[in-house]
Design a protein. Structure first.
Ligand SMILES: Cc1cc2nc3c(=O)[nH]c(=O)nc-3n(C[C@H](O)[C@H](O)[C@H](O)COP(=O)(O)OP(=O)(O)OC[C@H]3O[C@@H](n4cnc5c(N)ncnc54)[C@H](O)[C@@H]3O)c2cc1C
Length: 407
C-alpha cells in the first residue's frame, strides 16, 4: 500500500480551486494541503490537520462514498483515474492515531452531557473536551461507535478500528457511561439537575420503518438494523429474502451470505436500486440476487407474497397489479429505512420533531429546548458518517457559544 499511496499522492495536481475539497467533501477536508504534507513526509502534521477538521477521518477513509465525494470530484477523474485519496487518508489517520498522545486540556469549568456514542456524539465529545469542558457520554449499548459498531459489518469496518476511539476519549478525559439509556431511568431534565451546562443528542435513527403488512411479527422475520446488531444470534437458514435495496439492505445481504445463507435475494418494488453502485457491485460479487418490480403484500408461512408493481417508463413505481408471486424462504429481512426512536421526545417537554420524527434544530444545532443541541441521523434521518460529523461540528460550536466559552 505504501508505494501505491506515494504514487497516488504524486499524481495530485494541487488544484487552485480543489473540487475534491470544496465540492466533494461535506466537511471540506483540506485535501491538497494534506497531500502536500504527506509528500514532504510530515505525516503527523497531515494527521493532525485531518483529525482537527474531522475527528472521524480514519472512519471516513474506510466508509465514505468516495466515488461520489472527494474522488468523484477530482479533476483527473474526468479523463482517467482520480487520485485515490481515501487510501492516503487511511494511512495518515491510522498512523496519526497510533502516535498521537492527546493531553487533557485546561478545564474551563463547563460540563457537557452527550447522549449517544455514534460518530455525531463522538465528534462533539472530542471537540468539547479539547475546548476544556468536562464531558460525559451516555450510551445505551455496551460499546461506543453507534452504527459503526452495531451496524456496519466488520468486513467493511473492523470493530478494532472503531474501538481505537476509546483511547482518544480516555486521553481527553471524556467519561463514557455505557449501557445507560437517557429517556429510561434518567431523563434529559436529570442531566441539567446534575449540573451539566449543555446537552447534545446524537441518538441516531434506530427505529425500523415497518411495511404495514401482516407477517412482520413472525419469528423468522427481522428488521435489517436489528439483525445487524448481532447477526450470529439470528437463525437465518439457507434461503433469505431481503425486502429493500438501499445500502443497509446490501450490508444485510452480504452479512447473511457470510452467516450460512446460500441464496439471498433482494427485492425492489420499482425498477431500480437506491444503494450506491459500489455497494450493489460488492453484494452481487458476494452472490446476492436482485429482483425488480415486486411489491410486498404479506409474509405468510411460506415466505413473502408479492404483487407485481406497475412501473413507469423510467422504472418508477406507479402502482400494483393483481399478479401475485409467492416466494419460499427460511427468513425475511426487512430493510426499508429507519427513523429516530421517540424515547427522548416523549420524556422531554418541548423537544419538537418534524412529522417524520427527526429533531428540529436551529442553524446552530440547538433544538427547541434551550441548551439541548442535536445532530446526526436524529436530525437528518438516515444519512452518512461524514454528514453526521458536519452537523456535529456545527452543534459543538453552538454549544461552546451557548456556554460562553467561545465567540
Ligand atoms: C447498516 C448501515 C450501514 C451504513 N453504512 C454506511 C457507510 O458505509 N458509510 C457511511 O458514511 N454511512 C453509513 N451508514 C450511515 C451512518 O452510519 C450513520 O449516518 C451515522 O452512524 C449516524 O451517526 P449518529 O451519531 O447520528 O448515529 P448512530 O451511529 O446511530 O449513533 C447513535 C448512538 O446513540 C445511542 N442511543 C440512541 N438512543 C439513546 C438514548 N436514548 N440514550 C443513550 N444512547 C442512545 C445508540 O445506541 C447509538 O450508539 C450506515 C448505516 C447503517 C444502518
Amino acid at each position: 500500500m505504501a508505494i501505491h499511496i506515494v504514487e497516488e499522492a504524486n499524481r495530485c495536481l494541487n488544484c487552485k480551486r480543489p473540487s475534491c475539497q470544496l465540492k466533494g467533501c461535506p466537511v471540506h477536508t483540506p485535501i491538497p494541503e494534506v497531500i502536500k504534507l504527506f509528500k514532504e513526509r510530515r505525516i503527523e502534521e497531515a494527521g493532525k490537520l485531518l483529525f482537527d477538521n474531522n475527528p472521524m477521518s480514519l472512519i471516513c477513509s474506510h466508509v465514505c462514498n468516495h466515488s461520489e465525494q472527494c474522488e468523484g470530484n477530482c479533476v483527473l477523474g474526468r479523463k482517467g483515474n482520480s487520485v485515490h485519496f481515501s487510501s492516503i487518508e487511511a494511512y495518515i489517520s491510522d498512523t496519526y492515531l497510533d502516535r498521537v498522545e492527546f493531553e487533557k486540556p485546561e478545564p474551563n469549568g463547563k460540563r457537557v452531557a452527550i447522549i449517544g456514542a455514534g460518530p455525531a456524539g463522538l465528534t462533539v465529545a472530542i471537540i468539547c473536551a479539547r475546548a476544556g469542558c468536562g464531558v460525559t457520554i451516555f450510551e445505551q449499548r455496551p460499546e461506543i461507535g453507534g452504527v459503526l459498531e452495531y451496524g456496519i459489518p466488520d468486513f467493511r469496518l473492523p470493530k478494532q478500528t472503531v474501538r481505537r476511539f476509546r483511547k482518544v476519549l480516555k486521553d481527553l478525559g471524556v467519561r463514557v457511561r455505557p449501557s445507560t439509556t437517557i429517556g429510561g431511568a434518567l431523563l434529559i431534565d436529570d442531566l441539567f439537575l446534575d449540573g451539566y451546562d449543555s446537552v447534545f443528542v446524537g441518538a441516531g435513527a434506530w427505529r425500523a420503518k415497518t411495511l404495514g403488512i401482516t407477517g412482520q411479527a413472525r419469528g423468522n422475520v427481522y428488521f435489517g438494523i436489528d439483525y445487524l446488531v448481532d447477526p450470529r444470534s439470528c437463525e437465518i437458514g439457507r434461503k433469505v429474502a431481503v425486502i429493500g435495496v438501499g445500502n443497509v439492505a446490501m450490508d444485510v445481504a452480504r452479512t447473511a451470505l457470510r452467516s450460512g445463507a446460500r441464496e439471498v435475494t433482494l427485492y425492489s418494488n420499482w425498477g431500480g436500486i437506491s444503494a450506491s453502485s459500489d455497494e450493489v457491485e460488492l453484494a452481487e460479487l458476494d452472490g446476492a440476487q436482485i429482483e425488480y418490480g415486486l411489491s410486498i403484500d404479506q409474509i405468510n408461512d411460506i415466505g413473502p407474497l408479492f404483487r407485481r408493481s406497475k412501473l413507469g417508463e423510467d422504472g418508477a413505481f406507479v402502482g400494483i397489479t393483481d399478479e401475485r408471486i409467492q416466494v419460499a424462504c427460511d427468513t425475511v429481512i426487512i430493510c426499508v429505512s429507519q427513523v429516530p426512536k421517540n424515547k427522548l421526545t416523549l420524556t422531554t417537554r418541548g423537544l419538537a420533531t418534524t412529522e417524520g420524527g427527526t429533531l428540529i434544530v436551529s442553524e446552530s444545532g440547538e433544538t427547541t429546548v434551550s441548551g439541548v443541541f442535536a445532530a446526526g441521523d436524529v436530525v437528518t434521518g438516515p444519512m452518512t458518517v461524514v454528514h453526521a460529523v458536519a452537523g456535529a461540528k456545527t452543534a459543538a460550536a453552538g454549544m461552546l457559544r451557548y456556554m460562553g466559552v467561545a465567540d
